[in-house]
Design a protein. Structure first.
Length: 401
């Protein structure tokens, strides 16, 4: 029960905070820690003993229902909280880099002078208007989503607030135009073929194989393509599979088919190359058509590197400026050039642009693969008939070039 003290004209109430004092070893003792107050708000005294007593009862109710927050935990700045949240977040290296960038460049500077428990729904609404007015739609959505997570963890995980200041309610008031999804341009197989021809001009047989591999497997570029190792290509897998159970299963499932294994992705972070699990831990086996298997066999016979796809100089692709050196000339075309003084710049003819891919990322080829499989009708059979039917023709084209 709370205890009310009257000293002259002042009234103070004390109540148990829900915690115990600690001994020198850090273990809790039987001595309770009490909190006290001289008024319902700072600078405002209690009117009488009854008001003080009821105030103490309310605080003890908060303790019993775990709504109380200790005073030394209440006043945490947003800057310190953001640092604490990042340190304790269990994220992959790439996600940690992304979240750290959004917090340190946007969220932390905006809320640098605020305490966590000071933020109100009105300030959150002002923050949202500021973010949506300054940044692109997608980036603003990502930043606001991360801020929502921060405020949710401040309530549930760290107990720095009683409730989140972000209020979800049905939109009302001023009409805002609905965000219109950008329409994707049609991408015919002839455009994919032109990309592969351009890749051959820029990159040689490796580029030719790289484009067709994405288009006919849907592997994620660049991470999964950069991380495809020799042992997980259809040339060696599943015989090279180190997992005994998976190897036995694959040998029984694909006795007359060629299959490659998506086991890793690789990326570069702060100058350091990382080999990690695929996105969403999506380890999977991809059955590939015979022509693609033949191309992988020829490609692996041309070098002895541990990766299936290597750079012009035979180095890991993760070490290159892939977009600038490879993808932009493949997609946008380039003028003819003479050989340079360095080995990395051989002579090459003019490269035509691919209008259907103007401004698109190479990830568009993965979307193309998925769209073909999702189309109505027996499109999967069409895709495979196309793969088998063009096997000889693709091989002849690659050899002729």
């Amino acid at each position: 029960m709370p205890y009310v003290e009257v000293r002259g004209n002042s009234i103070r109430v004390k109540w148990w905070s829900g915690e115990y004092k600690l001994d020198p070893d850090g273990n809790p003792t039987k001595k309770k820690i009490y909190d006290s107050a001289s008024g319902p708000e700072p600078g405002v005294p209690f009117k009488d003993e009854e008001e003080a007593y009821n105030f103490g009862l309310d605080r003890e109710s908060d303790v019993r229902n775990r709504r109380n927050r200790r005073k030394n935990n209440e006043r945490v700045s947003m800057s310190d909280y953001c640092d604490t949240w990042l340190q304790n977040a269990d994220l992959r290296a790439q996600s940690n880099k992304t979240y750290k960038s959004r917090i340190r460049s946007v969220i932390k500077p905006y809320w640098s002078t605020w305490m966590v428990d000071e933020i109100t729904p009105l300030e959150c609404e002002t923050f949202e208007r500021y973010i949506r007015g300054k940044y692109s739609h997608n980036y603003a959505k990502d930043v606001l989503g991360l801020f929502r997570t921060l405020m949710g963890d401040a309530v549930v995980k760290y107990r720095l607030r009683d409730e989140s200041p972000i209020i979800q309610q049905r939109r009302r008031g001023k009409y805002q135009k609905k965000q219109i999804r950008r329409q994707k341009r049609a991408l015919p197989i002839t455009a994919v073929h032109q990309l592969a021809r351009n890749a051959y001009t820029v990159w040689g047989f490796t580029g030719w194989t790289y484009i067709w591999t994405i288009a006919f497997t849907g592997a994620r570029p660049p991470g999964e393509m950069f991380g495809l190792q020799r042992g997980y290509s259809s040339v060696h897998w599943p015989e090279s599979e180190p997992d005994t159970d998976l190897k036995e299963e694959a040998l029984g499932r694909y006795p007359h088919l060629h299959a490659m294994r998506i086991q890793y992705q690789t990326y570069k972070l702060s100058g350091q190359a990382y080999l990690a699990a695929p996105k969403y831990s999506s380890w999977r086996t991809l059955v590939i058509p015979p022509f693609l298997h033949e191309m992988h066999s020829a490609l692996l016979a041309s070098h002895d590197k541990p990766w299936v796809f290597v750079s012009i100089l035979g180095k890991p692709l993760v070490e290159t400026d892939f977009d600038g050196t490879y993808w932009f000339p493949i997609r946008d075309g380039a003028e003819a050039r003479a050989a340079g003084p360095q080995k990395a710049r051989p002579a090459r003819p003019a490269i035509p642009a691919v209008p259907e891919m103007a401004g698109e990322a190479i990830y568009r080829l993965r979307h193309w693969h998925k769209a073909k499989l999702d189309e109505p009708g027996d499109i999967r059979g069409w895709l495979w008939r196309l793969a088998w039917g063009t096997s000889c023709r693709v091989s002849r084209v690659s050899t002729a070039r």
